[in-house]
Ligand binder design. Structure first.
Ligand code: ADP
Ligand code: MG
Length: 650
């Protein structure tokens, strides 16, 4: 005798209902041959569905043996059971269990997606099946646009998609009117005639009367098993020649692409939720990218400014440090120190500086300005540019010439826009001086101010204006390429030698630069931390909504599992969805940051946000990582759902 198709021996299924154990199936023995049409009948709660679910590999028996084609199912894992459901069984449910956001065509093709059938083949077969079931005109309709009978026919088409050698129908007519119910039974009879094994669960004896064999279940036990010999086979042409199990035609790469398509459909069909999920990531990525761009821009701006002032200058002041109250009484900083410093190998040039606030007068305008006595090298040392005229020369200095270079602010205040200041004579204190040059307006953030500065030769200032020989400070410009730290040490040594005591201190802009760099580094670290926190919050948002989404879509997951999705397929789908949400969020975030950068440049002229490829790549990597990390738990939860419980959910 040939092997029976399905063979159950002593199948028991018990559920834990609280503390007590409830036994739904009590040692079922049943043998079903290939090509049989069998009705399982019994009162509600007798255990029919439980039996059906075990037959279809959706559920495990607590005890007993169930063999399919002689293979013991107990030895099969979840994945292999899923493959059995996918390639071998076709489920038809009382409530159709179609996915509401998919068209009839996409519902029907779903089992073939999990079987790895190429799209063109899938679509043509799904269309063919729908056409044969009288739904040619409803291919792209959603379930909500179809009647109950039509929906049930879509679900029959789905059951046949991968061949459906064994059709398992649980109360297939239970939700239908009489006419539609008859139609469905007719189709099932035709499938039987075409060679399919058809198992129908029903509580309705009239429905059961369509089957050749009727098995009656009561309280988890088979109470009768009768053959209905008088029944005629339908003479209609078979709906579909029986197909032997579907073939896995393309490798998992195709399946991955399908996972992307499915994720895309799922995201698009829940636009609002998708958008909200994304929001956290969008904000997170925008802040990461913008903050790093602002940080980089600000750093470059500050460093550029410092470099413009000249990081390679050292200032020497009297006293022990800034704020030393005795500094004004120290008169040891002398022009001879400047000469000595100018002899040092590392020194490009040194200039004396004396300064005091004095009154400037031109016509009837009086201004209080900082008057500086400096050498002709001062402008070079400080990197000052002239917008008009020339700076004074060495011979001007020797002659104690009464010439003055004024800054842009002073020019505005004294002469206005219309008078050429060059050649005009102004009073500096009580000394008439000819304006010979104007320094350019300084955009530099350290120097930019409303302060008024004018410069006269040091000799003029010392000899004719201030009557002081000692200097207020000395500015030393270091030769290009010399290490400022070493030069500063050398300058200190020389000055100490000359003065015999440390009655001065030096200040090097290089150390300011280093401070700025250090500050901007720690600032960047702090900002990155904030950005990381916002990304984390975004990620948790994704996880939260994905978890809700898994709960919400429990039924969908159950349906997918019933048509043959393996746990890994479900896990992959939800992971792909999470990563996709995060990636799209990341792309929007990057675009938004660039838009912000554009906006920024409209309002702030002095500096701009600096975007780096690195931060964009990091943003992409971050969003993918967030998707994987925070999508993992929801995806795992989805994959671990029990298909029966999932299907029972509304
Ligand atoms: P039928 O389909 O014949 O109406 P079922 O097979 O659905 O009956 O259920 C049989 C019995 O098993 C019922 O009493 C039901 O309450 C119980 N049952 C089914 N599934 C579960 C479950 N997951 N947990 C607890 N009890 C269950
Ligand atoms: Mg039932």
């Amino acid at each position: 005798m040939s092997q029976p198709l399905l063979e159950l021996k002593g199948i028991t299924r018990s559920f834990m209902a609280g503390e007590r154990e409830f036994i739904a199936l009590k040692g079922i023995d049943l043998t079903i041959e290939a090509g049989e049409m069998l009705a399982i009948i019994g009162a509600s709660g007798s255990g029919k569905s439980t039996l059906m679910n075990i037959l279809g590999g959706l559920d495990y028996a607590t005890a007993g043996s169930y063999k399919i084609n002689g293979i013991e199912t107990r030895s099969l894992g979840d994945e292999q059971l899923a493959e059995l459901r996918r390639d071998y069984f076709g489920f038809i449910f009382q409530r159709y269990h179609l996915l509401t956001h998919l068209s009839a065509l996409h519902n029907v093709e779903m089992p073939a997606i999990y079987a790895g059938t190429p799209q063109t083949q899938r679509h043509s077969r799904a269309r063919e099946l729908l056409a044969r079931l009288g739904l040619a005109g409803h291919v792209s309709h959603r379930p909500s646009q179809l009647s109950g009978g039509q929906q049930q026919r879509v679900s029959i088409a789905r059951a046949l998609m991968n061949g459906g050698e064994v059709i398992l129908a649980d109360e297939p007519t239970g939700a239908l009117d009489t006419a539609s119910g008859k139609e469905v039974m007719q189709i099932l009879a035709e499938l039987h005639a075409a060679g399919h094994t058809v198992i129908i669960v029903t509580h309705d004896p009239k429905v059961a009367a369509n089957a050749q064999r009727i098995v009656e279940v009561s309280d988890g036990e088979i109470v009768s098993d009768t053959r209905n010999t008088g029944l005629e086979l339908p003479s209609d042409a078979p709906i579909e020649p029986k197909r032997s199990g579907a073939r896995r035609l393309v490798a998992s790469l195709g399946l991955f692409k399908e996972a992307f398509n499915m994720a895309w459909v799922a995201l698009v069909s829940h636009r609002m939720r998708t958008l909200l999920t994304m929001l956290g990531i969008v904000i997170g990525i925008t802040s990461v990218v913008s903050i790093s761009a602002i940080g980089e821009g600000a750093k470059r701006y500050v460093l550029k400014d410092i470099q413009a002032i000249g990081s390679n200058t050292i200032d020497i002041f009297p006293g022990s440090s800034f704020g030393d109250s005795r500094a004004s009484a120290i008169e040891t900083l002398l022009p001879s120190d400047v000469d000595a410093l100018n002899q040092l190998y590392y020194v490009d040039s040194a200039t004396p500086v004396v300064g005091r606030h004095l009154l400037l007068r031109f016509g009837n305008i009086d201004l209080d300005a900082q008057v500086n006595g400096v050498s002709d090298r001062y402008f070079k040392v400080k990197g000052l540019k002239l917008e008009a005229g020339i700076a004074f020369s060495e011979s001007d200095a020797r002659r104690q010439a009464q010439v003055v270079v004024i800054d842009h602010n002073t020019r505005q205040r004294l002469f206005g826009a219309n008078v050429d200041p060059l050649g005009q004579v102004i009073l500096v204190g009580n000394l008439p001086c000819t304006v010979i040059g104007v320094t350019a307006d300084n955009k530099n953030m350290f120097a930019a101010s409303k302060a008024l500065n004018v410069w006269v030769p040091y000799e003029t200032a010392a000899g004719r204006l201030l009557g002081q020989r000692h200097l207020d400070s000395i500015t030393v410009r270091i030769k290009d390429g010399q290490p400022s730290k070493v030069v500063e040490d050398n300058v200190n040594q020389l000055m100490l030698q000359r003065h015999g005591t440390k009655d001065f201190f030096t200040n090097n802009l290089d150390s300011i630069m280093q401070t700025v760099q250090k500050t901007s580094r720690s600032l960047a670290l702090l900002l990155s931390l904030i950005a990381v926190i916002s990304l984390l919050v975004g990620g948790i948002g994704v996880m939260n909504i994905m978890l809700v989404s898994v709960t919400e879509r429990t039924r969908e997951i159950g349906i997918r599992m019933a048509v043959g999705a393996r746990q890994s397929d479900i896990r992959q789908q939800f992971l792909v969805e999470a990563v996709m949400v995060c990636l799209i969020g990341g792309i929007i975030g990057i675009a938004l940051s660039y838009a912000l950068g554009g906006l920024f440049s409209l309002f702030v002229k002095e500096w701009e946000m600096v975007f780096s490829l690195g931060s964009v790549v990091t943003a992409f990597a971050c969003s993918t990582l967030i998707g994987i990390v925070f999508g993992f738990v929801p995806a795992r939860n989805a994959a671990r759902l029990d298909p029966i419980e999932a299907l029972a959910r509304d």
